[in-house]
Ligand binder design. Structure first.
Ligand SMILES: [Zn+2]
Length: 118
């Protein structure tokens, strides 16, 4: 897998942040992680957050860009953001895979992880 590209101060992520009403947002589109309200360093320093977004990258690869987006948006309308199956899976992946993204540091307390929309 190619390394993901991190886009800071993303306009698209800013729209998502306003829609979700959260302080900071990371949004995956294909192989890019779009950030708004958080710097690249803040993002990379939260291994749970990185693991969450890496799961979305995997989902994009599995379903294709259009397949992912179509299903994501339909599920959002049907179930609400928190219960989108792609989000449920990403939250699970955050806990399971965070240890892969600690950059050699101890795993932080899960209570410290970035909080997405509720
Ligand atoms: Zn997510």
């Amino acid at each position: 897998m190619n390394s993901p590209i991190i886009v800071e101060n993303s306009f698209l992520a800013r729209l998502a942040r306003l829609k979700l009403g959260t302080y900071s947002v990371a949004m995956v589109l294909g192989n890019k992680i779009h950030l708004s309200g958080a710097t690249r360093e803040e993002f990379l320093n939260d291994p749970y957050w990185v693991a969450h977004e890496m799961e979305h990258i995997r989902q994009f690869q599995e379903h294709g860009k259009l397949g992912f987006l179509r299903r994501y948006l339909l599920d959002w309308m049907r179930h609400g953001y928190y219960n989108i199956p792609f989000e449920v899976a990403a939250r699970e992946a955050a806990r399971l895979n965070a240890s892969l993204y600690t950059q050699g540091r101890p795993l932080p307390d899960p209570a410290q992880m970035h909080q997405g929309a509720r």
